[in-house]
Design a protein around this ligand. Structure first.
Ligand code: NAD
Length: 499
């Protein structure tokens, strides 16, 4: 994947192992070293990834800088939106290739990659093209006291933006940042997760085919600390960093950019709560709740890990959620019965298993799961975990405080609305919450009291792409989505002309 610009005649090794290269200044480039790309469903290496060292990251940033100062800097917002729409069409046309890339890297069901990751990638590109075209980069008039001056404001791109993304929804999260960055006239250097390098690399082929000038989109591969991620965020010619990932990495990136005082946009971790009132439509609630706990094997920043249930329906909700957890089918991505893939890596499963032990040490009752399932031989080397539900925990227990990022949740009863709000807000995170009730006045009231970036009522993961997205506390800094993204990816100059 990623044609080498200096194609070697010795293609034997290439034929044996997919090669995933960096993309710099419009060329696919080898790295000085490689690291393995592992299929999480089997634990086998499926590709060699070319790692970018500091000089290659430097080349990528300089290529982005040159493109920004070159023809890209002279494009209009209409030109850029046209290219983004063309790219969205190519994502649709190559959807199955992108689905394969996501499946190989993440192990998620192909149906999920198709309907969620790839479909949303195209939607992201179109939505930001529409928003940028409607909002424009142009001036708006401001009234001046006494009428003695004309004021207008110009949006200008930041310049070179570092885009650093995680492994859980690789293409979806990449395009969520790429589309507004490019619509605003920036150039980008993307650093995908070392676990999921394939889709960002394949996207480079589509970016080229769509007609974006060389250097506008660059991809460097590697890990974070001491590798491509750190080389990129510490680079003096990077004008802004947009990052999705863990809160700890957000803090490290903040330290890296602090000496140069560059803007950052952070979409970080969550420890999201669901609050279920006794008046909720239980069947619909349980379906939504189960999705919110187990979607993508619990590896979505928005997934619910804390479930607070009004005492009168506590046992019914436990039983209904256990039933839905046990109905999930863990299996191969192409098997139509599969609802649930593996965890992303051996290291991540080891971390989740540590939390499983910790929950038991805290006195949790394991209502279902809590261990590694027996899988068919072909899948036995993968990083599988049984969906797990606990009761008997309190908010003081570590598993109810730390983000686990797996198919797990703890259920705790509450007695009244104030207690539910207190329990849900009792966290250092503030990304999302879901309130389940058939009393809409209560729904509004409780949702408004949640200290989070997004509060759902009787739904979960339903997103209008122009609405603001982000978190409070450990869950992030800033909001993206629609014009909120345009605010981050531009600087504004006010011009004041005396009349
Ligand atoms: P991570 O923070 O370990 O890595 C994310 C990216 O940052 C990767 O590309 C990684 O290589 C890079 N990175 C790591 N250390 C770095 C450093 N010092 N400098 C520069 N780059 C560095 O996160 P992850 O494990 O890939 O993803 C899971 C996390 O992402 C979870 O915490 C999840 O909640 C969060 N997440 C948040 C959102 C959101 O929108 N809020 C969405 C998805 C995932």
């Amino acid at each position: 994947m990623g044609r080498a610009s200096d194609e070697s005649p010795d293609s034997r090794r290439e034929a044996m192992m997919l090669q995933i290269r960096n993309y710099v200044g419009g060329r696919f480039v080898d790295g000085a070293s490689t690291f393995p790309d592992v299929d999480p469903t089997t634990g086998t290496t499926v590709a060699e990834v070319h790692e970018a060292d500091a000089p290659l990251v430097d080349q990528a940033v300089l290529a982005a800088r040159a493109a920004h100062e070159g023809p890209w800097g002279r494009t209009t917002v209409a030109d850029r939106c046209r290219l983004l729409r063309r790219l969205a069409d190519l994502v649709d046309a190559r959807a199955e290739d992108l689905v394969r890339a996501e499946v190989i890297d993440t192990g998620k069901p192909a149906a999920t990659a198709r309907s969620l990751d790839v479909a949303r990638a195209a939607a992201n590109l179109r939505s930001f093209a529409d928003t940028a075209a409607a909002e424009g980069m142009e001036s708006y008039l401001l009234e001046h006291p006494g009428g003695q001056a004309l004021n207008y404001a110009l949006r200008k791109p930041l310049g070179v933006v570092a885009v650093i993304v995680p492994w859980n929804l690789p293409l979806l999260l990449l395009t969520w940042k790429l589309a507004p960055a490019l619509a605003c006239g920036n150039t980008v250097v993307v650093k995908p997760s070392d676990e999921t390098p394939a889709s960002a690399t394949l996207l480079a082929e589509l970016v080229e085919e769509a007609g974006f000038p060389a250097g506008v989109y660059n991809v460097v591969h590697g890990r974070g600390a001491g590798s491509a991620g750190e080389f990129l965020t510490g680079h003096p010619a990077v004008d802004g960093v947009t990052f999705t990932g863990s809160s700890a990495t957000g803090a490290a990136i903040m330290r890296a950019v602090a000496p140069r005082v560059r803007p950052v946009s952070f979409e970080l971790g969550g420890k999201n709560a669901a609050v279920v009132f006794a008046d909720a439509d239980l069947d619909a609630t349980l379906d939504g709740l189960a999705r919110s706990v187990f979607a993508n094997t619990g590896q979505v920043c928005l997934c619910t890990e804390r479930v607070y249930v009004e005492r009168g329906v506590f046992e019914d909700v436990c039983a209904g959620l256990v039933k839905r957890a046990e109905a999930l089918h863990l299996g191969a991505p192409d098997d139509e019965r599969t609802t649930t893939g593996p965890l992303i890596s051996a290291a991540h499963r080891a971390k989740v298993l540590r939390y499983l032990r910790l929950a038991e040490e805290s006195g949790a009752q394991v209502r279902t799961g809590g261990d590694v399932p027996d899988m068919p031989d072909a899948l036995s080397g993968g990083w599988w975990l049984r969906p797990t539900l606990w009761t008997g925990l309190t908010n003081a227990d570590r598993v109810m405080r730390d983000e686990v990022f797996g198919p797990v949740a703890g259920l705790i009863p509450f007695d009244d609305e104030d207690e539910a709000v207190h329990l849900a807000n009792d966290t250092e995170y503030g990304l999302a919450a879901a309130v389940w009730t058939s009393d809409l006045r209560r729904g509004h009231r409780v949702a408004q009291r949640m200290d989070v970036g997004i509060a759902w009522v009787n739904t979960w993961f339903l997103r209008e792409l122009r609405s603001p997205f982000g978190g409070t506390g450990l869950s992030g800094i800033g909001r993206e989505g629609g014009r909120h993204s345009l605010d981050f990816y531009t600087e504004t100059t006010n011009v004041c002309v005396a009349l």
